[in-house]
Design a protein around this ligand. Structure first.
Ligand SMILES: Cc1ncc(COP(=O)(O)O)c(C=O)c1O
Length: 475
């Protein structure tokens, strides 16, 4: 392995794009400053770059194929050889799987510099999953908020309905290279389970998905999809019967069957090298979004917002923006019934740290280090930990982490459906809610970019029942 520690030193990339850095335009101005210096009236609507012929030529706002290329590694930051991002991360796992983790790290490292691997990955991401996903200007939502322009990165339009497929395809390709004949995964909302079962069907690999009993109940549609795709779904009845317990069981399975089985971890969490692998596969989101906003607006956004469960969609969209210090990065954790109630899944906001699933991180634990029960209306956010790179981004102040409650997230389910014709996943609704609140306080020339990580079809039954909120939800 040649993993080296690269500090998270931020340098402005404004020069790289040539698009005069207007990233701090949230600071009150009444118009849009043109690249040439002229000030125009700021209409609410409209991507403002695409129409400017000379802008495109002069400022190279066009998306170059290389900018959408999954092989791009320009923004990669690596952990130490033992998988540490600052104090966080590591490989706290049973001895039996340590060799498998090192083998995985080494093969992954080779694949990163293998053009054939990138060609294959790119082929499936485009021809099979439908990438690049659009960056959509949410005009009516923007008008409703009366402030900054809100752009949605439409990961919900991926095949299988969420960002999880980006990582699942990548990990199945790794499993093939490792010669593994079986793949296992944990799932909460069922999206990673569906994505893994899909990729396993695509490549003809045996697949087994671990899922908590409670999540099986609230995500029954996805359970059916996984079975239809040929996967075995193993019910986990221990602990809180949610994602954490599903991951415990998946690790147990892996320890026993490591010879022929690849464990496709679904988030940027778990032991090294998973947080790095998953970030790499998900950073295609940010690379596309960065190129697309430059094409549409000739500048970078003021803020990038994403929900945080284990942290994969958030680190995926943050990654290519980390060095753009004028771009605020905001992760939205699940505030559940409210931080004060203790019934939530906001690990960073809870401020306690410990070891979970092989990695040192912010984790919901008590004074004795025991993992606490969590709650979120969004099954995919209902996890007591968070990936190590987010912990470091938080501590260095490069990213900010906030909370949105169940009730607030559910309100967006209705708002986005009515205003934009887009039914968002409950996970993504957390991010959209915060983005709307931010936008209201910003000028109309500011830009907020939100990762719409998945679509909400899977949540409709649960919303109708209103069971997690203890009340009916009127739609
Ligand atoms: C649509 C969607 N968004 C977000 C998440 C949260 O996961 P992560 O933080 O890894 O992106 C999930 C998890 O299942 C999901 O299904």
């Amino acid at each position: 392995m040649n993993f080296s520690t690269t500090p998270l030193v931020a340098t402005s990339l404004a020069a790289e794009t040539g698009c005069v850095a207007k990233t701090s335009s949230a600071a009150k101005t009444s118009g849009v400053t043109e690249p040439g210096g002229a000030v125009t009236a700021s209409a609410v609507a409209g991507p403002s770059c695409a129409a400017k012929a000379n802008c495109t030529a002069k400022l190279s706002c066009v998306v170059e194929p290389s900018q959408l290329d999954t092989a791009s590694t320009a923004h990669r930051r690596r952990p130490t050889p033992t998988g540490h991002f600052g104090a966080y991360g590591g490989m706290f796992v049973p001895e039996t799987v340590i060799p498998a983790l090192y083998e995985l790290a080494s093969v992954f490292d080779e694949l990163l510099s293998d053009p054939e691997f990138h060609r294959e990955l790119n082929y499936y991401l485009t021809s099979y999953s439908g990438r690049p996903t659009p960056l959509y200007f949410a005009e009516r939502l923007t008008r409703e908020c009366g402030g900054a322009k809100i752009y949605l990165k439409r990961e919900d339009l991926n095949h299988t309905g969420a960002h999880k497929i980006n990582n699942a395809i990548g990990q199945l390709l790794i499993a093939k290279r490792l010669g593994k004949t079986r793949v296992i995964a944990e799932t909460g909302a069922g999206q990673h389970g569906v994505a893994t079962a899909t990729a396993a069907a695509l490549f003809g690999v045996e697949c087994c998905i671990y899922m908590g009993e409670d999540d099986i109940k609230r995500q029954s549609l996805n359970v059916y999809r996984m079975k239809l795709l040929g996967a075995e779904v193993r019910r986990v009845g221990s602990g809180t019967k949610t994602l954490k317990d599903a991951m415990n069981e998946a690790i147990r399975d892996w320890v026993t069957n490591v010879r022929d089985t690849h464990y496709a971890v679904g988030s940027a969490a778990g032991p090294h090298p998973y947080p790095t692998i998953v970030r790499e596969f998900q950073s295609v989101i940010g690379r596309e979004a960065r190129a697309q906003i430059l094409e549409l607006e000739c500048r970078l956004p003021d803020a990038v917002v994403a929900c945080v469960g284990g942290g994969s969609n958030a680190i995926g969209i943050f990654d290519p923006f980390v060095d753009d210090t004028n771009v605020e990065l905001i992760g939205v954790e699940a505030g559940g019934l409210g931080l004060a109630t203790g019934s939530h899944a906001a690990s960073i906001s809870n401020k306690t740290r410990g070891i979970l699933h092989g990695s040192f991180q912010y984790v919901m634990c008590d004074d004795d280090g025991q993992i606490k029960n969590t709650h979120s209306v969004a099954a995919g956010l209902d996890y007591p930990g968070v990936g190590p790179e987010h912990c470091l981004l938080h501590d260095t102040g490069r990213a900010k982490y906030v909370v949105v409650t169940d009730v607030e997230a559910v309100s967006v389910f209705r708002t986005l459906s009515r205003l934009e014709g887009i039914i968002p996943a409950l996970e993504s609704s957390h991010a959209v809610f915060h983005a709307m609140e931010m936008a209201k306080r910003m000028d109309s020339d500011a830009i907020v970019l939100v990762n719409l990580s998945g679509r909400g079809d899977k949540d409709v039954q649960d919303i109708i029942r209103g069971q997690d909120l203890g009340r009916e939800v009127t739609v």
